[in-house]
Ligand binder design. Structure first.
Ligand SMILES: Cc1ncc(COP(=O)(O)O)c(C=O)c1O
Length: 463
């Protein structure tokens, strides 16, 4: 696949910033794009001349950067052909990373399983299972028990909902991918917050949509910007409830006034994780046409792989038409167990919320001790802090961190065009002692970078 010079220029972002000669900074940026999968293996890069023009730099700089990448095994070159992306033969970093049980994983923002509540829920689900044995078990809308339980969850949040407005999916990511497939055509424009949840970016670009990023402000959402961009968009995607990655919660005043005209997908995956404030009002209370998606992955356990869409039955019908291309339904036992958990109100469990508060505070404390130059805002809920470094080091830090026993998600993965190179996302889903240890290791990794070390790890998968 050919990658245009303008695309590469957008991806490398502010490559002129930072120490060292220009060709080194450029080759470093390109190497990190390869390592974290934004430049895919086999991609054919633009010619030196085209890229130099797009970057407003000299051909010598681009030529030197390409030569460095070729020498280190990140580019394959042939006479009169475009250079293509590859990985060095000796790079088996993913294997090293996952094989090491001592590595602390900060790339997943998902809590461990609460065994004490899952076991009884699955025991009840197994008792109920035989009543499904007479049917084929592949129901593209989900089982009635769970559709009713999800509708009840919306009712309790103050949004009256009938089960015919609920479609069960295999997690919120699946919900998003199904909606993207149903609602988007190639070149359609999608409004996203910037930064946003990284796999949402993937769901939209897979449908060949164009992204319209709206910058998040320090306090969150700029209504004027959202409205202006919303007028151009075919679809909007927002995470108003404890936004991933920033942890911000959209104020009620914004929910009431934003009034986007385009179809709007509201991701409520984090909504039950209010740590300091009241749980937010469902966005659809103020915008009845909003399409809400959610799941129990963050509030109970990602291993359940259960999510949902709340929308008009006519839209759900279109989604169900699109669904068989990838899957024919959601496993029944997991649905029954999730129905039990939702009916018991387990998605908002005081003990879990208290544990998250303690972990969040321990993480902030460790950051102020070991990485005092890093800024974070205290999140009102959700599972993550969005940490800002004084220097644009995030991708290099993520590539070297596994050498120091920790994996972390670099800011640019949550945006487009190479933005957020000063940010990393840090989840507080681990016990305080591990979080403190992880931050110490990040501090060591940062020091190693400052002393000129480089990392070669491809980033771990993120969620
Ligand atoms: C905002 C947001 N939406 C969707 C998802 C995907 O959730 P699920 O595991 O239910 O597919 C995540 C998971 O990280 C998320 O943070």
């Amino acid at each position: 696949m050919k990658v245009s010079s303008h695309t590469v220029a957008r991806m490398v972002g502010a490559w002129q910033e930072g120490p060292g000669p220009a060709h080194r900074r450029l080759s470093d940026r390109l190497r990190l794009l390869v390592l974290d999968g934004r430049l895919s293996l086999g991609a054919a890069l633009p010619s030196e001349r085209d890229l130099a023009a797009a970057l407003s730099t000299s051909r010598t700089t681009v030529g030197a950067a390409y030569r460095t990448l070729t020498e280190h095994g990140y580019l394959a070159t042939r006479e009169r052909a475009r250079a293509t992306v590859r990985l060095p033969d000796s790079a088996s970093p993913v294997r090293r990373m996952t094989a090491d049980p001592e590595t602390i994983d900060l790339s997943f923002a998902t809590p461990p399983a609460p065994a004490e509540i899952l076991h009884p829920a699955f025991a009840t689900a197994l008792e109920q299972l035989p009543r499904h044995f007479q049917r084929h078990g592949s129901d593209s809308y989900g089982v009635d028990e769970l559709r009713e339980a999800v509708a009840g969850w919306f009712d309790r949040r103050g949004l009256p909902t009938t089960p015919d407005r609920i479609l069960i999916t295999n997690g919120a990511q699946h919900a998003l991918a199904l909606l993207a497939r149903t609602l988007l055509s190639p070149r359609d424009k999608v409004l996203i917050e910037h930064p946003t949840y990284l796999h949402a970016i993937r769901a939209f670009t897979t449908e060949r949509a164009r992204l319209l990023p709206v910058a998040m402000t320090a306090s969150g959402w700029d209504v004027t910007q959202l409205r202006a961009v919303g007028r151009e968009a075919h679809l909007a995607y927002l995470i108003p409830d404890f936004h991933n990655p920033t942890g911000l919660c959209m104020p009620a005043s914004v929910r009431r006034t934003v009034g986007l005209r385009c179809p709007t997908v509201i991701d409520e995956t984090m909504t039950d994780l209010a740590l300091d404030a009241e749980a937010p009002e469902p966005f659809a209370l103020h915008m009845p046409t909003a399409i809400s998606i959610g799941s129990v992955s963050k509030s109970i356990w990602g291993g359940l792989r259960i999510g949902w869409i709340r929308a008009e039955p006519s839209l759900l019908e279109r989604v169900v038409q699109a669904r068989p291309a990838t899957d024919l339904g959601t496993p029944v036992v997991e649905q029954l167990a999730t129905a039990v958990l939702l009916n018991e109100g387990r998605t908002r469990w005081a003990t879990v919320l208290q544990q998250l508060r303690t972990q969040r505070d321990a993480l902030r404390q460790a950051l102020s001790e070991h990485l005092p130059d890093v800024r974070t805002e205290r999140s009102a809920g959700g599972l993550t802090l969005w940490a800002t470094f004084p220097e644009p080091i995030a991708s290099r830090l993520a590539a070297i961190a596994p050498d120091h026993g920790v994996t972390v998600a670099a800011g640019p993965r949550f945006g487009i065009g190479g933005a957020f190179e000063r940010n990393i996302r840090i989840p507080y889903t681990l016990p305080p002692s591990q979080l403190t240890q992880a931050v110490r290791r990040l501090a060591q990794a940062e020091q190693a970078l400052a002393q000129g070390a480089t990392g070669t790890h491809t980033p771990a998968p993120i969620a």
